[in-house]
Design a protein around this ligand. Structure first.
Ligand SMILES: [Zn+2]
Length: 335
């Protein structure tokens, strides 16, 4: 006969309910699968992503790649436990030479890309668009706090692979990420489309740290015949990876499939608990006052060089807002 401790009789678990069928865009849904020591977040983006990408009017492959960077940023940035910024940047030698996504807690995001239109070709993968270089992730907690920056090399792979390498090398938390971006075509209006995206982060966080051991990185250029020890991964993490491996892009993007239903579809055999969704919005932090202050910080000669047709025009790279100043307002000395 098995005796029960008092704790197991008290209902400490959240009430069990059916997954909501109502899809909610522009949110991150945290979840956990206790039976497998898994925690994760699911991002669904609709109007906020469309707003950012449409304002820039990027060619579709550039929009898709920046969308992937935005999804990855929401998955990582929404884990900040304090007021601050999470900034993801890439600098690479491919057709898309620069991406930046700026997430300000708890919910604001903005982003832009730089690219060489002449080097864009049909059918390029995200990895080919990026090329070689690096991905930097910066956590900024404000003026008086230290900045943390993590770097990972990009060598022709996509952002999912870069995230895996980052977590393996730097955080040493077994992690899998899925990112998907697509265009939803609406009937009626010819050529009218909207950007959508989805993504999932899954992490293995067992109480006993030795269970989090991971298979080694590829041995790289080790001499042929070198015996490198292989590490068996924990069964729970093997199962977690296989489950997230079954998620298809269409499921991550589907506007009619709720996030809760998607999580239930994946993890119902093990039991999944979802927490309150965290809303996200596309919102730039630029302002006329901030741009004016930036102009005043410039060298007077540089300020004077910015005058064209008797005005100084500054365009925000993040949101394409245009700020116009008279030379006097911009602090340009009369000559
Ligand atoms: Zn702006």
């Amino acid at each position: 006969m098995v005796s029960q401790s008092p704790e197991t009789k008290t209902a400490r678990e959240a009430p069990v309910r059916a997954p909501s069928a109502v899809p909610v865009d522009d949110t991150v849904l945290p979840f956990e699968v206790n039976a497998l020591d898994l925690r994760g977040r699911l991002t669904r983006l609709g109007p906020a992503l469309d707003d950012i990408l449409t304002k820039h009017d990027y060619p579709a492959p550039v929009g898709k790649l920046l969308g992937e960077a935005i999804v990855l940023t929401t998955l990582l940035g929404t884990s900040l436990k304090f007021e601050g910024r999470f900034i993801l940047q890439t600098r690479t030698d491919g057709p898309v030479s620069f991406l930046v996504v700026d997430f300000k807690s708890p919910d604001r995001m903005r982003a832009y890309a730089r690219f060489d239109a002449k080097r864009l070709k049909d059918g390029q993968t995200s990895g080919e668009l990026l090329g070689k270089g690096h991905l930097a992730m910066t956590i900024d907690q404000g003026a008086d706090m230290s900045r943390y920056q993590g770097l990972v090399a990009l060598h022709g792979g996509n952002l999912e692979e870069a995230a895996h390498e980052y977590f393996l090398r730097s955080e040493q938390i077994p992690t899998r990420v899925r990112l998907a971006v697509g265009e939803e075509w609406r009937g009626g209006e010819a050529g009218k489309h909207r950007w959508r995206a989805g993504g999932m982060l899954l992490q293995f966080l067992p109480k006993a740290p030795e269970r989090a051991r991971q298979a080694d990185l590829h041995p790289g250029d080790a001499p042929e015949g070198t015996v490198h020890h292989t590490v068996a991964e924990d069964d729970a993490w093997v199962e977690g990876q296989s489950l997230i491996g079954t998620v298809e892009d269409v499921e991550l993007i589907d506007p009619n499939l709720s996030g809760e239903r998607l999580l239930y579809r994946l993890f119902h055999e093990r039991g999944v608990r979802v927490f309150s969704p965290q809303p996200l919005q596309a919102k730039c932090s630029c302002s006329r006052d901030a741009v004016a202050a930036m102009l005043k910080s410039f060298d007077p000669k540089d300020r004077a060089d910015m005058v064209k047709d008797n005005k100084v025009v500054v365009t925000c790279e993040f949101c394409s807002s245009v700020y116009e100043f008279t030379p006097q307002e911009a602090g340009v000395e009369k000559t």
